[in-house]
Design a protein around this ligand. Structure first.
Ligand code: SF4
Ligand code: SF4
Length: 448
């Protein structure tokens, strides 16, 4: 390692596009070489040791090897590090001083993604992982009336959950989301009748990309968002046709499946973007998919770029809308003490703490903000082999969220919210805090 290399970079990080269509991207030897290079730098740096279990796994492998250097670790063991990464992006966005344009050119999450993609291409992926990443298909099936009752009942039955654990590898203690037969997209009543009032920073009309989670699991979050938009007289409609954004497939390394979903979603969304709509999604991982990952996978696609520019996190939109003088703040209901968690996939969107800003405008509301990974991360924390680590990573978050004895616990990520509620209940049965999504809190505050 050259000692003349400068520590960190003062320049703005520039993320390289993903070279996922080249043959070299999937070449195991080439990936191993890059893993070895990056792991060596990380071992000397160790800044990320507390972020997740990927880094401690790496450092243990190196420290326990014969040479106590990366060259002493068997290449086959590199996969142990890759498996512990759930692509939260925090190491790249908040810790690493060696990201491009630094000459060391470290993009740890995208290297993990590349290693996952190689694994997927070689067929080294469990049936369970493929199943869990099929959020659309699972949602369609599980939300059929009658089926929905069976699925929700089975998810709560100890015996059935033990079987699911041993046969499928879904941890028996993980609290799973329920499915709802009244799917959001079939029951939503968007109000498109208001006049369009464009602001300096915000388009005056909204198209809602509902997401698999809101559509099949918690339609209430989508209904709350529509109520808030209607209260503010912002015309809204649903995106005409949508499938999964592809994030669960991305996390699995199945980049061809991401491309297939992109080919369905992007033409519809691009038309809305070009027609001047703000496109809102209530799930930070889906927003990030459109804002960051698809543009890095398809850097030359103007439609992907147009969609990324039109895509907003709902609170990002509301705060900008208020700056435009076009958002009501006629709050009727104080919220008391709110413990609010910022999910990683929202933090890495680099737009500041917009949800906190908005909630703090509500009178008699004290917001405690917890800015730390809760450790669930999509389907990762559901899997039997990662469940314990997921709860371990979340423990400081559970404690900090419960400390103020809040009236509400909340997150912009509904999955993280449920995980935090489970963690708090497991460690502190005294908690009386109600779990509500941040959009639901805003709807309550408006008295809607
Ligand atoms: S992306 Fe997240 S989970 Fe993966 S190594 Fe970085 S901090 Fe850990
Ligand atoms: S990802 Fe960057 S900051 Fe983190 S351990 Fe590696 S070199 Fe250090």
């Amino acid at each position: 390692m050259a000692i003349t290399v400068k520590e960190g970079s003062l320049e703005k990080p520039t993320r390289h596009a993903l070279d996922w269509k080249s043959a070299d991207f999937y070449d195991q030897e080439s990936v191993n070489k890059e893993l070895e290079r990056v792991f060596d730098i990380c071992h000397g740096c160790r800044r990320c040791v507390s972020l997740c279990t990927a880094f401690p796994t790496l450092f243990d492998l190196v420290d326990n090897s014969k040479t106590m250097e990366v060259d002493g670790v068997a290449k086959a063991d590199f996969a142990q590090v890759v498996d512990q990464c759930y692509l939260c992006d925090m190491c790249y966005m908040t810790k690493c001083p060696y990201v491009p344009p630094h000459e060391w050119n470290i993009d740890f999450p995208h290297l993990m993604l590349r290693a996952k993609a190689v694994k997927f291409k070689k067929g080294e992926v469990k049936f369970r992982d493929k199943l869990l990443s099929n959020t659309d298909a699972m949602g369609k099936l599980a939300s059929i009336p009658v089926v929905v009752q069976v699925v929700n009942a089975v998810n709560k039955m100890g015996v059935a959950r033990s079987a699911l654990d041993s046969v499928l590898g879904v941890h028996k203690d993980r609290v799973l989301p329920e499915y709802d037969s009244a799917k959001f997209r079939s029951t939503a009543k968007p109000n498109n009748s208001f006049a369009v009032r464009d602001g300096a920073q915000t388009p005056g009309k909204v198209a809602l990309y509902s997401t698999c989670y809101v559509n099949y699991n918690e339609p209430g979050i989508g209904h709350d968002l529509l109520k808030i938009l209607a209260h503010n007289e912002i015309p809204a409609k649903l995106v005409e046709k949508e499938v999964c954004c592809g994030m669960p497939k991305f996390e699995l390394g199945d980049l061809e499946a991401v491309a297939r979903n992109k080919a369905i979603n992007i033409p519809v969304l691009a038309k809305l973007a070009l027609d001047g709509y703000a496109i809102l999604t209530a799930v930070p991982s889906c927003t990030l998919m459109y804002k960051q990952e698809l543009p890095l996978m398809f850097p030359d696609d103007p439609d992907v770029k147009a969609v990324a520019e039109a895509m907003y996190d709902p609170f990002e939109y509301f705060v900008l809308r208020q700056k435009d003088g076009l958002l009501k703040t006629d709050f009727k209901q104080p919220l008391g003490k709110v413990s609010y968690h910022i999910p990683c996939h929202l933090r890495v969107q680099n737009m500041g703490q917009k949800t906190r800003e908005m909630l703090e405008k509500i009178p008699d509301t004290k917001v405690t903000t917890v800015e730390r990974c809760a450790g669930h991360d999509g389907t990762w924390g559901v899997k039997s082999e990662y469940y314990e680590n997921s709860m371990k990573i979340g423990r400081p978050v559970f404690r900090q969220m419960n400390e103020p004895q809040p009236d509400y616990i909340s997150s912009d990520c509904a999955i993280a919210g449920r995980h935090i509620q489970q963690g708090i209940h497991e460690t502190n049965a005294q908690s009386k805090a109600e779990k509500q999504h941040s959009l639901t809190l805003l709807r309550i505050a408006y008295g809607l």
